[in-house]
Write a protein of this length. Structure first.
Length: 147
């Protein structure tokens, strides 16, 4: 049950616990005159102001408030976009694009070698993905094949 604030014309104030709907007038406990219900500011809760309704968060596949979504993101180790370095997303997309282009070139080379070796895929794979070729493309570190 909510607590409501009442005050009388003599300046006395009191808080009372009432079921809904609350009464507009109660008796003042100090002077016995009429005490009228006051409009008061609700108490701030653990959630954020204005965050009373849940909405569907596609990243988590369920309805939740923004404070619940923040807690879930923190639990999963996710980082908010605003906390990333300035050009992180653009740089990441550029890197992915470059990797995709490299993959396309590698597959084209494989197909050419396969045709050159009369359909021998094993030989084409071994030449396409030799240690030297992987070092050249950056797929394999220089010191990885020395051990």
């Amino acid at each position: 049950m909510p607590i409501y604030e009442f005050s009388c014309q003599n300046g006395h104030s009191q808080d009372e616990l009432h079921k809904w709907p609350p009464p507009q007038v109660v008796g003042c406990k100090e002077c016995k005159s009429n005490a009228f219900r006051q409009v008061s500011m609700p108490q701030k809760t653990a959630g954020k102001w204005g965050d009373t309704g849940a909405r569907f968060i596609s990243a988590f596949g369920k309805e939740m408030t923004s404070s619940q979504a923040d807690a879930e993101a923190k639990k999963r180790g996710l980082v908010h976009e605003a906390d990333l370095p300035k050009h992180f997303i653009d740089d990441r997309l550029d890197k992915e694009w470059q990797d995709a282009r490299q993959h396309d070139k590698t597959m084209e080379k494989f197909k050419e070698l396969k045709n050159a070796h009369n359909g021998d895929a094993s030989r084409a794979w071994s030449e396409t993905f030799s240690v030297d070729e992987m070092k050249k493309s950056g797929t394999l570190k220089e010191d990885a094949a020395n051990g």
